[in-house]
Design a protein around this ligand. Structure first.
Ligand code: GCU
Length: 674
């Protein structure tokens, strides 16, 4: 088999690995209770064959269905009863090795495929398969990627080239379609939305005969890897493509049109899972235009999709984006909760509300959205952003899994014993099934998929975390680095030393203590302290010569009261507010003394000098890997570090100068502030 480069296949490059006694299992592969003709089983077998050959040089000699499996040594891919001893549930699997016989057991095909990928992962990490015994069930029913790809081939907030789904207002199907599906399945992703939530122009026509054939073909390839296919919908389709003059969700003509349209969509795209909708936000149409609620809009679409088992994922990113700076009561952070909480319980069962992790917009530090767990009777899905819109554009290294862990582990206090965000979105809190995690994803047609090769750790990590929320950020790197960069212990240590603290570093040299923004408007890369201060998006820092921060306490916008106790009181008080979020909740004088004993202004100076130094340290550590890692990977990351250092220096100097000039308070250590 031709060796495939890491550069193109990332963690699935199946390069030669230490054998560790693993090769012998592959001589015989038996299938019990599954059909070899079933597409997902076929994919699993192909991966097993390619992986064994590439990584171990082992040829699968026999592959067959049948009873022999029970006795022989080798690998047995076995269908389990629904109630099985190993505790394997839907889409889960068990791996068990005994006396030279390795069983991959699952109750369904997807579980089998995930089990096979787990086995290959162990080989890729150079672990011995002997004595393996592990049951894994997915924590989240839905584990999705959201692509913000436009049909002209551009990607909204894309930093790794053009779209590989679309070009020139058409759908692309090529080699990468399958490569993509394999990569996704290997980390447990089971749903994907291929087009941008801002559905305009040609994309509105994705649900018509103009594109059905190609879209169905792509969806079919995904089906072979157990991935449901989703599209973003234009809420005003009835007007834009349907020839009606309304999109009122209670209008009989609108309802009838959608019923027909859903029938057509689900018939023509057999692997369709449903739709994602951004309504009434940032200029997108929605039910508010007709004086209707978000629930009216979502339920109307969901009812039309119900006969086909379809789901409607409705985004909660609804806010007033035309604010006046003199208005100290209107608070963008409040909007999601204010717009959705009243209708808790009104959303139909096949509606899922998709909620961004924070109340603003994917900043490097935000509190957790109070809607998560705030809603008690509604299906919820967490939306995070793996695309580094505000976190360095895949130029700066920023391993986001530590941040996602904080989100998942957050106690909302919505229900005793089952109140973390992970509980809510996995269905443990409410006992519901239409729940999960979605990521705005960071891929493009760059040869290495994610621009900065190290950004693939976020892609990989999101999938693994969505499957198993208890995995730590470090455990994920313990998989990803040996699979993607090297199994050499020194290399692993160095790369971990860069990635693990990189989010903290990015936070240090950008906006301080939860205030967010300060990015170049529209682009969202690079520093512009006042860039959004004088705009209408409601993204203020409110800095003056005395202090900085937004008062969201009882005395301010009252946002704190959207949380349950004790969170509400903790955030409300300056003393108990977690300091990393201080400026999100409080307007604080520069002379305020933090728990470290430093004043706020000194903290700003210190963290910015530190952040830059840390980035310098990472760049240097990477230099030390020359010759120890793949050349292309080395050069790519090195080039990114050069740019990161320029960016970090710029942030450091601009932020420090800005606050020095505002406050008039010099740095205690007398360092250069321009
Ligand atoms: C952010 C982002 C937009 C995106 C929007 C969304 O505002 O900058 O590009 O469309 O989020 O989540 O819908």
């Amino acid at each position: 088999m031709e060796q495939v480069s890491k550069w193109k296949q990332l963690w699935l490059s199946y390069e030669k690995k230490a054998e560790n006694g693993n090769a012998s299992y592959f001589q015989n592969v038996w299938i019990q209770g599954f059909s070899m003709e079933e597409p997902v089983v076929k994919s699993a077998l192909k991966e097993l064959t390619d992986g064994a050959l590439g990584m171990l040089g082992a040829k699968v000699q026999t592959a067959g269905e049948g009873e022999n499996a029970a006795k022989s040594s080798g690998i047995v891919l076995q269908r389990l009863e629904e109630n099985n001893e190993a505790g394997v549930k839907a889409e889960g699997y068990v791996l068990k090795e005994e006396d030279g016989r390795l069983t991959v057991g699952a109750t369904d095909e997807k579980g089998l495929l995930y089990g096979v990928f787990h086995l290959l992962r162990l080989i890729s990490m150079e672990k011995s398969l002997a004595g393996v015994c592990k049951t894994c069930n997915p924590d989240n029913p839905l584990r999705m990627f959201n692509h913000w790809d436009n049909m002209d081939g551009s990607i909204e907030r894309g930093y790794s080239g053009r779209s590989f789904f679309f070009a020139d207002d058409d759908v692309i199907i090529n080699e990468r379609t399958r490569d993509y599906a394999r990569l996704m399945a290997s980390i447990g992703i089971n749903g994907t939305v291929i087009n941008n939530v801002n559905v305009k122009q040609a994309a509105s026509w994705l649900i018509t005969d103009r594109f059905f054939e190609k879209v169905a073909q792509m969806a079919e390839i995904f089906a072979e890897y157990g991935i449901k296919f989703f599209l973003s919908l234009n809420y005003a389709s009835t007007i834009e493509i349907g020839g009606l003059d309304s999109a009122d969700p209670l209008d009989e003509r609108v309802i009838a049109w959608w019923k027909e349209k859903m029938k057509e969509c689900f018939t023509k795209i057999p692997n369709l899972g449903g739709f994602l909708v951004k309504a009434d936000s940032e200029g997108r149409p929605g039910p508010f235009t007709y004086g209707r609620t978000q629930a009216d809009g979502a339920n109307m679409l969901a009812d039309a999709a119900l006969p086909y088992g379809g789901i409607i994922i409705w985004r909660c990113f609804v806010y007033n984006c035309q604010q006046d700076w003199r208005d100290y009561k209107t608070d963008r952070a409040r909007a999601g909760y204010d717009n959705f909480i009243k209708m808790d319980g009104d959303y139909h069962d096949n509606v899922i509300l998709q909620i961004k992790n924070g109340p603003m917009d994917f900043q490097i530090r935000e509190p957790i959205s109070p809607l998560l767990g705030g809603l008690k009777k509604t299906n919820q899905m967490l939306e995070v952003q793996v695309a580094q819109e505000y976190t360095g554009h895949q130029i700066d290294v920023c391993y986001l899994i530590p941040m996602f862990k904080e989100v998942l582990d957050f106690h909302t206090y919505c229900k005793p014993g089952a109140d973390t965000v992970a509980d809510v979105i996995s269905g443990r809190t409410m006992g519901n099934k239409n729940t999960g995690m979605a990521a705005v994803i960071n891929t493009g047609n760059d040869a290495n998929w994610t621009g900065n090769y190290l950004a693939a750790a976020n892609l990989y990590g999101f999938g693994r975390l969505a499957f198993q929320t208890s995995l730590s950020a470090e455990e994920i790197l313990d998989e990803w680095i040996p699979m993607s960069i090297s199994t050499d212990a020194e290399v692993i240590k160095t790369v971990k030393g860069i990635l693990l603290p990189s989010r903290a570093t990015y936070e240090k040299y950008t906006s301080p203590l939860g205030i967010g923004w300060m990015v170049t408007p529209h682009v969202h890369y690079g520093c512009s302290v006042d860039g959004y201060e004088y705009d209408r998006w409601g993204t203020y820092h409110r800095a003056d010569h005395l202090g900085i921060g937004v008062d969201r306490t009882d005395a301010g916008t009252g946002y704190v009261r959207q949380y349950y106790e004790p969170n509400a009181s903790a955030y409300n008080s300056l003393e108990s507010c977690p300091e990393e979020l201080l400026l999100f909740f409080h307007h604080v004088p520069y002379t305020h003394v933090l728990k470290t004993g430093k004043t706020l202004i000194q903290h700003i100076y210190d963290s910015h000098f530190e952040g830059y130094e840390e980035a310098e340290g990472y760049a240097k550590a990477w230099e030390g890997l020359e010759g120890k890692v793949d050349e292309e990977v080395f050069a790519n990351v090195k080039e990114r570090f050069d740019r990161q250092l320029r960016n970090a220096r710029d942030w450091r100097d601009q932020v420090n100068t800005y606050f020095y000039r505002k406050s008039g308070i010099p740095d205690e250590k007398g360092r250069t502030i321009y």
